[in-house]
Design a protein. Structure first.
Length: 575
């Protein structure tokens, strides 16, 4: 019996790193991309003077990400309250009914450009008052991708896009029904300054730019055949050294399914340590899984987290294929595309896994968009689950997690988790999970719709004080979506950890060392993380440059002065 769910990385050894970095795409399920009327408006706060449109450094989240109807802006209010030194990127599709030659006109203060299907149609760049430039392009019937870029340096703001369709005599503002953009998307934003790339500027790799090679202390090897390009959900290594990889087709467009018996599969990859892709083989060993995001070998069987179940896969006839699927436990609700089931740690006959929380879309709770992305949830979302692997009995032992993408069995019996930035989580974090504790994410209990006529369920343990993390990970600068931590057992980084970064296809480190504090193991920031900063207020960091911050700021004469955070600052104070 199978049910469904979940994302999470399995613990793996450093030699599997190359496989994750090299993953691309495969899968059988394909969610249809649906579109709705409107276009995507993204604003980036540059906070420095510009004399032309500069490219943005890749990978930055915008300050504003919204769906709009008309490209007709002429005030600070229409630019979401921003007045100077910003860049706007508008994108979507132009829905063309009548084919022919279309003439476009941009009026802007300051510069702007219009590209349709990657062809520059109108150039109106540079610093200037509101002036107009035109250009034309022949368009067939149907949708055409477009991008309009605009910058404002100082002074007044103006941006207007008009067209003259075939047979027309005058320019008119492009009507709202001629635009379309992807529906059911999650619009992710981040505060703070955004970076541009000026001609001749020198930005070293890793400081806002992609790495151009691995650090010389590492040897990177491909751990898959060239023909195998999986979308990796989890990794596990069997006792004989064979690598197992779970895959599934990601649900990118917001639908709450897949249901039980999805398109997830598990493959065995052999000879990964040889470094020669031509000598590696790939064999399918399991199928009909729903979002298999956690995987662990326990007594020769594969234990997997799915969307709606914790499942044991067995190869009863010893033919290499795990044909028998036994549900260890289930019974929670998953009614949002962001309802993942992460894991998995096995310890003393128990499995530990975690349920993530929902993301609210405008179509979920009409008229309640102002409440933000934190949606309503059924019971136990955002909680750590402990399951007896023999009886299937489960309990929820900690709460307040948002997107706990990856669990690790840490030193001295600890459980370590990376949680992802979002509502109630100002930036991603690494935290030690303890039974009975609450970690700061409050499920929305006021949003209502047909599924939640009286609102959603509260977070488990939300009556407890918030347990602060061990380390905050500055958003974009260090991480956007960290996954499972990986301990390093040997080499010059022995005793430290790496973590995977989902949005960058990379690994970050070295972040942690082990140190004893008051008789217990606790993480401290390593040399890279020990950056001098000034902190003036308690709580989560507000400046993206902070590498690590204490649960409470320093007190006394030195309060607010620059200091290097050490183990005593990162230690959680017992209530």
């Amino acid at each position: 019996m199978i049910k469904a769910h979940a994302p999470s990385w399995r613990s793996f050894r450093p030699w599997t790193i190359a496989l994750v970095l090299a993953t691309a795409a495969t899968g059988t399920r394909s969610f249809a991309q649906t579109y709705e009327q409107g276009f995507t408006f993204r604003l980036f706060d540059i906070q420095e003077e510009m004399d032309r449109l500069y490219p943005l450094i890749e990978g930055q989240n915008p300050n504003v990400d919204e769906k709009h109807a008309l490209i007709d802006y002429e005030s600070t209010a229409s630019f979401a309250g921003y007045s100077n030194e910003f860049i706007v990127e508008i994108s979507g599709r132009l829905e063309i009914i009548s084919p022919g030659d279309y003439e476009f006109r941009i009026t802007s203060d300051d510069g702007s450009t219009l590209n349709i299907e990657d062809e520059l149609v109108v150039a109106n760049d540079g610093i200037h008052a509101a002036i107009s430039q035109t250009g034309s392009i022949d368009l067939a019937s149907g949708p055409h991708e477009f991008e309009l870029r605009y910058f404002e340096n100082s002074g007044g703001q103006r941006l207007l896009l008009e067209w003259k369709p075939p047979g027309s005599q005058a320019f008119v503002t492009i009507p709202a029904n001629s635009f379309s953009t992807l529906a059911n998307v999650t619009r992710v934003t981040a505060p703070g300054k955004k970076e541009i790339l000026r001609p001749g500027s020198s930005i070293r790799p890793g400081n806002g730019s992609p790495l151009n090679s691995a650090h010389p202390s590492w040897t990177v090897r491909q751990a898959r055949p060239n023909s195998f390009q999986p979308k990796v959900g989890a990794l596990a290594v069997r006792d004989d050294g064979q690598l197992f990889v779970s895959t599934f087709e990601p649900n990118q467009f917001g639908f709450p399914e897949p249901s039980a018996g999805g398109d997830g599969k598990v493959y065995m990859v052999t000879n990964t340590l040889l470094g020669d892709p031509n000598q590696m083989t790939v064999t399918e060993v399991a199928s009909n899984l729903s979002e298999p995001l956690g995987m662990k070998f326990v007594d020769g069987d594969l234990v997997i987290t799915q969307r709606l179940a914790l499942t044991r896969l067995k190869d009863n006839d010893a033919d290499g294929y795990y044909e028998t699927h036994e549900t260890i436990t289930d019974g929670w609700v998953s009614d949002n595309y962001h309802h993942f089931h992460f894991g998995i740690v096995e310890r003393d006959g128990f499995a530990y896994s975690a349920l993530s929380t929902s993301i609210n879309r405008s179509s979920d709770f009409p008229g309640q968009e102002a409440r933000g992305l934190n949606g309503a949830n059924p019971p136990h979302r955002g909680s750590l689950m402990k399951t007896n692997l023999t009886t299937g009995e489960k309990s929820f032992i900690a709460g307040g997690l948002r997107t706990p993408n990856g669990l690790l069995a840490g030193p001295e019996g600890t459980l370590i988790n990376c949680d992802n930035q979002g509502g109630w989580v100002p930036t991603s974090k690494i935290q030690i999970i303890e039974e009975g504790h609450f970690y700061g994410f409050y499920n929305d209990t006021d949003l209502t719709n047909d599924n939640y006529p009286t609102g959603g369920a509260p977070s488990d343990y939300s009556d407890q004080p918030v347990t602060p993390p061990a380390i905050w990970l500055p958003h974009s600068e260090v991480a956007k979506s960290p996954s499972e931590l990986v301990p390093l057992d040997n080499g010059i980084y022995a005793g430290q950890y790496l973590f995977g970064e989902v949005t960058r296809g990379a690994f970050a480190g070295h972040l942690w060392k082990k140190s004893m504090v008051c008789g217990r193991a606790a993480p401290i920031a390593s040399a890279k993380a020990l950056k001098e900063e000034s902190i003036d207020s308690p709580g989560p960091p507000t400046a993206p440059s902070m590498w690590a911050v204490s649960a409470q700021p320093p007190t006394g004469p030195g309060r607010g002065q620059p200091m290097a955070y050490n183990v005593s600052n990162l230690k959680r104070t017992e209530p």
